[in-house]
Design a protein around this ligand. Structure first.
Ligand code: GUN
Ligand code: ZN
Length: 450
């Protein structure tokens, strides 16, 4: 073991398989009284207290969280940090909402100091919600990505982010000066940030409505030029949007084909929404390893539609799906709140998202969607020591409700129905406690100070 040990004692839940595809009992580990041992940024031991305690050096300090549940840090597979301050903008579906609120807000990021201020707020909102990894859209300005990565590096969080690429249908201040310049700026950010510490780069054409075919094609070429790059964009979110994309790209079979034709669909491609994709599109996602980001609070807020979560998990052609908050169209940074809305969305389609399936999606499912499930999303030796500590008595109502829980499935369901950032007692990143609810003064600590 390298470095000092950080040891936590509490209940714990972790997944090793997908409960949509296998009997639930084969997919998870629940320890009512667990010890989690972390060193050098990774988990070195995890198991029942009685089994792990004797393996610790004499006198090792143990931080105990009574009435708490440890789980892997939540993974948000789709979120826009520049939209943090315009969360909850009233009225209008997607295209009107973009014009009226989103683009004016993103124009403010021309000022690097403003970008830095919002990046700080954003990282803290993620950590307050127990989210330790996110796939993040920045604005068209390269310094917006710079600000996000720099702040993430201070917390040592694993963030995947990119400056958006846009070359039409937005205010001039939000368009790349030219396709070549947008690609050059992206290349420079990749050289500076992709694989630096825990930071990873996502080539980010915003959506087919704001990129020409030529820009998408250039993005597809760039994607092939570096190992391990990600790609993020939006697809089939809104019916008016889909009709408009069909007009913009009459030569393509459908919305997803616009991206596939440009070489943008493959492993580590994460497509926001995909509410209205058809069976053939889902087969394409399955075959290519591309993932969908399910963003229920956003889909309900904008009135975009009901994502077909259970259909995506059809065992004959399962599609990788992660959970996304999609702030600022989404209405909360909390994956617990997001799961509550995912439950209601599934219910309106005649399905029931139970606590186990829900927590799988928010942890290991998200890691699987990102092709990072070998290092993120489990409480197990060798995995990243990114951990969320959930307080089962965070509110009087949650205490009352969880006291009645007969089993872990119900306890998780109570958390995803009633929980939000108040339920997060602490967040650990790479083994360091970077957030502690209620700590006097600043509840956040950068990695170097934690
Ligand atoms: N499609 C293109 N841009 C956006 C965005 O910022 N938010 C959402 N929800 N959809 C989009
Ligand atoms: Zn989005």
């Amino acid at each position: 073991m390298s470095g000092p040990l950080t040891v936590l004692r509490a209940g714990a839940i972790s997944f090793r398989g997908n409960p949509f595809h296998a009997p639930a009992e084969d997919c998870f580990t629940y320890e009512p009284d667990a010890l989690l041992v972390m060193a050098g940024g990774t988990i070195t031991a995890f198991g029942p207290y009685e089994a792990v305690k004797p393996t610790l050096p004499e006198g090792t300090a143990i931080t105990a969280f009574p009435d708490a549940l440890l789980c892997p840090g939540f993974i948000d597979t789709h979120v826009h940090y520049p939209q943090t301050e315009m969360i909850g903008a009233f009225g209008g579906q997607l295209l009107e909402w973009l014009e009226r609120y989103t683009f004016p807000t993103e124009l403010k990021f021309a000022d690097p100091a403003y970008a830095q201020r919002i990046a700080k707020v954003f990282l803290r909102e993620l950590l307050r919600a127990g989210t330790t990894t996110a796939m993040v859209y920045c604005t068209v300005h390269p310094h917006s990505a710079e600000a996000l990565f720099a702040e993430s590096e201070r917390f040592d969080t694993l963030m995947i982010a990119g400056k958006v690429l846009m070359d039409r249908n937005a205010p001039p201040g939000l368009l790349d000066a030219s396709i070549a310049q947008g690609m050059d700026e992206t290349e420079a950010l990749i050289a500076r940030w992709h694989g630096r510490g825990r930071q990873l780069y996502a080539v980010t054409p915003r959506f087919a409505g704001s990129s020409t075919a030529a820009q998408l094609e250039a993005a597809g070429h760039l994607l092939q030029r570096h190992d391990g790059l990600f790609m993020q964009t939006h697809v089939s979110e809104n019916l008016a949007e889909i009709a408009w994309i069909a007009e913009l790209f009459p030569e393509r079979a459908d919305y997803l084909d616009v991206y596939a034709h440009a070489g943008l669909i493959g492993p580590r491609s994460v497509l926001g929404h995909g509410i209205h994709l058809d069976e053939g599109n889902l087969c394409t996602c399955h075959e290519t390893g591309a993932a969908l980001a399910h963003c229920p609070t956003s889909n309900l807020f904008l009135g975009s539609g009901l994502f077909r979560l259970f259909e995506t998990q059809d065992i004959r052609r399962p599609v990788r799906v992660g959970l996304g908050t999609d702030v600022g169209a989404g209405t909360s940074f909390s994956q617990l709140m997001t799961l509550g809305e995912a439950y209601k969305t599934a219910a309106l389609r005649g399905n029931r998202l139970d606590g186990l399936k829900g927590f799988y999606l928010a942890t290991l499912g998200g890691a699987h969607a990102l092709h990072l499930d070998h290092q993120l999303g489990q409480l197990a030796p060798g995995y990243a020591a990114d951990v969320c500590v959930l307080d089962l008595k965070a509110t009087d109502l949650l205490a009352l409700r969880t006291a009645q829980s007969a089993d872990i499935t119900d306890m998780l369901f109570a958390l995803m129905t009633l929980g939000d950032d108040r339920a997060v007692a602490a967040t650990y990143v790479a083994g360091r406690r970077v957030y502690e609810r209620g700590r006097t003064g600043d509840p956040f600590r950068y990695a170097a100070d934690a």
